[in-house]
Write a protein that binds this ligand. Structure first.
Ligand code: HEC
Length: 113
């Protein structure tokens, strides 16, 4: 590369990065991953409180494994809409779309207790 080209290339790079730096960067959230692996990893977010794969260790918090699918989905929607009283589940349920809620309900309904 000759000097002129190198200078042009350098100034283009500077101009581009300056323009880029001024562009507000919108946060990019991953879309729903409703593949089996995606749902499994979503369900792992529930394990700390509801047990691995929803099989409760018998603590104060209900296990989710083997619960009726419609019941599970409905409870999550009620939490999300603030219609069922809760300590933590209203906050948590807000993070999931309806499609994700349905996928979680399906997942836990077929897990062994
Ligand atoms: C920080 C602990 C915590 C996590 C994490 C958590 N839950 Fe809960 N869950 C609770 C508690 C506590 C309750 C009882 C309601 C309340 O007080 O929020 C509950 C209640 C529920 C119920 C109602 C059960 C019933 O018998 O009616 C469902 C369904 C549920 N959770 C699903 C989930 C799912 C699905 C996830 C993962 C996306 C999840 N929870 C993650 C603590 C948790």
């Amino acid at each position: 590369m000759n000097t002129v080209l190198r200078t042009i290339a350098a100034s283009v790079t500077v101009a581009c990065s300056a323009a880029y730096a001024q562009t507000p960067v919108a946060p990019v959230f991953a879309g729903a991953n409703l593949s089996p692996a995606g749902v499994r990893s979503m369900a792992a977010n529930c394990a700390a409180c509801h047990g691995t794969n929803g099989a409760s260790a018998g603590g104060a918090i209900a296990g989710l494994a083997g619960m009726n699918k419609e019941y599970l989905a409905n409870q999550l929607k009620l939490f999300k809409e603030g219609k069922r009283e809760a300590t933590v589940m209203q906050q948590l349920a807000r993070g999931y779309s309806e499609a994700e809620i349905n996928a979680l309900a399906e997942y836990f309904s077929v897990q062994k207790k």
